[in-house]
Design a binder for this molecule. Structure first.
Ligand SMILES: NC(=O)c1ccc[n+]([C@@H]2O[C@H](COP(=O)([O-])OP(=O)(O)OC[C@H]3O[C@@H](n4cnc5c(N)ncnc54)[C@H](OP(=O)(O)O)[C@@H]3O)[C@@H](O)[C@H]2O)c1
Length: 321
């Protein structure tokens, strides 16, 4: 099969190649999936560049997320799954078989039925972003009737945090940096969209608040705003590291009796991942998850795809093997 892969870490154009490799066979408990769309996430290019290295077993086909059709199953998997449309999560976690190839093999639980009404492109953008958003949003309990602030609501995680929060019954305010991103966040269903660069951003969010839970992409940059708009005993959940570690205003955090939670999807408990898959599937079936705009690249354009994602493309970068 044709696969995009790298054998050593480095810049996209220097290490990513498209090669013929043997198509993997599904082992016990696994499914073989013909990949129609492969989603690029920051974790994929950080692993490839070596910024956050992961071990390479001879070669690494990148990308956790994808969507396609089950073509074969290994021992112990229901043969009735052959022909099923699926979305994939964590395909490359501890394995060489990422989704940037014509086929991939994943443990059966990581190939989740994709409803007919959901496109492969949407399916290929769910894994890392929607599952991270789900855990950030709900790890501290239900948000029904609460006020949620999603920082960076036009980002991949932010987008699904808005949609899942609305579905969970929250009032949602989100921050963005430009009118085009504001339009995306409004389309996702945010009740209020605030440009975090405007001088009265704090006042705008505070007028909507007080905020019970914050899904935060930039703790250092936004700590002051977050602390100004939360109610006491609120929770701020951070899922991204900034270039420099933040200095925390400890006294203000104590005064607010705030809980700070840090999330890394790789370490989220199995039961919470299963709950995320179940809730995301239910939201998909109800037509309540939408995709961000996509930029598509063929497999041969894998390096350009990574460069586009690393360059901060608005929306999602998708490779179509
Ligand atoms: N912990 C985990 O398990 C986990 C899981 C998924 C992603 N991540 C990390 O989370 C980050 C985002 O991932 P993603 O896939 O959502 O990326 P993305 O689609 O590029 O979105 C990032 C968003 O953050 C916004 N942003 C940046 N600085 C901001 C600020 N000061 N205030 C508000 N918004 C701000 C950006 O908007 P503007 O450019 O307009 O500011 C952008 O929309 C990456 O660093 C990724 O590695 C971590």
């Amino acid at each position: 099969m044709r696969a995009a892969l790298y054998r050593g870490m480095g810049k996209a154009a220097e290490v990513l190649r498209v090669e013929e490799v043997d198509r993997p066979e599904p082992g016990p408990g696994e499914v073989l999936v013909r990949v129609h769309a492969s989603g690029v996430n920051p974790t994929d290019y950080k692993a490839r560049s070596g910024a956050v290295p992961r071990p390479i077993d001879d070669f690494q086909i990148p990308h956790h997320d994808g969507a396609g059709v089950v073509e074969a199953v290994g021992a112990g998997v229901d043969p009735g799954r052959v022909g099923e449309r699926v979305w994939l999560w964590f395909a490359a976690a501890g394995r060489r078989w990422g989704t940037a190839a014509e086929w991939t093999v994943v443990p059966a639980r990581q190939a989740v039925p994709l409803p007919d009404g959901a496109s492969f492109e949407l399916g290929a953008t769910l894994g890392v972003p929607a599952m991270t958003a789900h855990y950030c949003l709900l790890a501290d309990g239900p948000v029904n009737g609460q006020t949620v602030l999603v920082a960076g609501g036009a980002g991949a995680v932010g987008h699904f945090a808005i949609e899942l929060a609305k579905r969970a019954g929250a009032r949602v305010v989100t921050t963005v940096s430009s009118p085009d991103k504001a339009a995306l966040a409004e389309k996702a269903g945010a009740d209020l969209v605030v440009n975090y660069r405007s001088p009265d951003a704090v006042d705008q969010v505070r007028a909507f608040g007080p905020v019970d839970r914050v899904v935060e992409v930039a703790l250092g940059a936004n700590a002051e705003l977050d602390l100004a708009v939360i109610r006491t005993h609120a929770t701020i959940v951070t899922y991204a590291a900034e270039a420099a570690n933040p200095e925390l205003p400890v006294r203000a955090c104590m005064t607010a009796n705030v809980t700070l939670r840090f999330v890394l999807l790789y370490g989220v408990p199995m039961a919470a991942l299963d709950q995320a898959v179940a809730d995301i599937s239910a939201a998909l079936a109800a037509g309540e998850l939408t995709g961000l705009p996509v930029r598509k690249f063929p497999l041969a354009g894998i390096a350009a795809a990574h460069e586009a994602a690393e360059g901060g493309a608005v929306g999602k970068v998708i490779v179509t093997p």
